[in-house]
Design a protein around this ligand. Structure first.
Ligand code: NAD
Ligand code: DAU
Length: 346
């Protein structure tokens, strides 16, 4: 039985990756290593945690002794590395935490992988972001050959970890894959990020904080399509290669928030425009990247991946999930979340 380690599997995307692999590959044993920071939540995996081919391990990817020990015992056949600090706004207030987890944590894993995993067959897969490429103006898309030009402490830390993964491939000959994906949305998304924050605020009739003029553009991909892309790249991608993943689905923030308001009003039975009256323009994010857009043609043409869900379907499914899981939302927005929210949006 192959042993696959998923790091950060209790987070938003990680939990979807764990679900995808545990359910589809009964011949693998999936280990989920997660520190359970504010963003990690075992309630994201209540449908998976009893599976016989699944084990949760609580631990920190920066703890070198613990990681070396774990790898020496299991000698994993594959690592799908998602554990990270992932929120751009938090990286602006606390960059060092991002250096620690995203850079030091990644190198700690690479060292253990290099020492204990089979160089000829084991794969180290780094799940990364399109933000490493910087920002675009109105025209063009990021391709795999676009130069790195990260603008936030978060994207700088992810760019750095991408470089370390490539460097370990070149220097030590380990087998790697890297993917750089656009903005994900879907169930179990922590409500510090745009879409779940707006859903939560609409439910609580709180102001909807739109940064600047709301003109910034993001490309949105349904998280289950990202998990399927990771599955495809892990199994069929070429050694040493990078693949861009995107939804071909660009939205100005303000248009997206208005669409969300309309869908929420419809589902909640509110009169039209009730929710959009909550929109409030607030101070812009420092160094706010204007636009991201991804060219995924390499992944589509070489490996046959395509997004399976339209944005209207995906957004509707996402809202339905939040409406049906208010207890999940209550749990993650109690305690520390309140403090974060007050500091961030005071
Ligand atoms: P998330 O913040 O929801 O989850 C991160 C997970 O990592 C949490 O479960 C957390 O507990 C865990 N973690 C953090 N520090 C750890 C440590 N030191 N040791 C072990 N576990 C630790 O993040 P996400 O949005 O699911 O993103 C997952 C990955 O995908 C990240 O690497 C991120 O950079 C990348 N990514 C995210 C998006 C997106 O839109 N969310 C898009 C592209 C790439
Ligand atoms: O592009 C991929 C990246 O997408 C991932 O690597 C990151 O982990 C993920 O967090 C996401 O980064 P963004 O900064 O694009 O996502 P966020 O949801 O924070 O913001 C989306 C857009 O909405 C961005 O232009 C900022 C804006 N925004 C965000 C928040 C939280 C607002 O206008 N108001 C808000 O309250």
């Amino acid at each position: 039985m192959k042993k696959i380690l998923v790091t950060g599997g209790a987070g938003f995307i990680g939990s979807h990756v764990v679900r995808q692999f545990v359910n589809k590959y009964r011949e693998y044993h999936i280990f989920n290593l997660d520190k359970l920071t504010y963003a990690g939540n075992l309630e994201n995996l209540t449908d998976t945690d009893k599976a016989p081919n699944y084990t949760f391990i609580k631990g920190d990817i920066c703890d070198a002794e613990f990681i070396q020990n774990l790898f020496s015992v299991h000698r994993f056949d594959g690592v799908i590395h998602l554990a990270a600090e992932s929120h751009v706004d938090r990286s602006i207030t606390n960059p060092m935490e991002f250096v620690q987890t995203n850079v030091i944590g990644t190198v700690t894993l690479l060292n253990a992988f290099k020492s204990f995993c089979n160089k000829d067959s084991a794969i180290f897969y780094h799940v990364s972001t399109d933000e490493v490429y910087g920002e675009l103006s109105d025209e063009g898309k990021f391709t795999e050959t676009t130069s790195y030009s990260p603008n936030s402490p978060y994207s700088a830390s992810k760019a750095s970890s991408d470089h370390f993964v490539r460097a370990y491939h070149e220097t030590y000959g380990i087998q790697i894959r890297i993917s750089n994906c656009s903005n994900n949305y879907g169930s179990h998304h922590f409500p510090e990020k745009l879409i779940p924050l707006m859903i939560n605020n609409i439910l609580n009739k709180k102001p909807l904080p739109v940064y600047g003029r709301g003109e910034n553009v993001r490309d949105w991909l349904f998280v289950e399509d990202h998990a399927k892309a990771i599955d495809t790249i892990f199994h069929n991608g070429r050694n040493g290669e990078t693949y861009n993943i995107g939804g071909n689905n660009e939205w100005k923030n303000i248009d997206l928030v208005k669409l969300l308001c309309n869908q929420m009003d419809e589902k909640l039975g509110n009169p039209n425009n009730t929710s959009s009256q909550l929109i409030s323009y607030v101070t812009d994010r420092a160094g706010h990247d204007f636009r991201y857009a991804i060219d995924s043609s390499k992944l589509m043409n070489e490996l046959g991946w395509n997004p399976s869900v339209t944005f209207e379907q995906g957004l509707s499914k996402t809202i339905d999930w939040y409406l049906a899981n208010k207890t999940w939302l209550d749990h993650v927005t109690s305690g520390a979340y309140q403090k974060y929210y007050e500091q961030m949006y005071k």
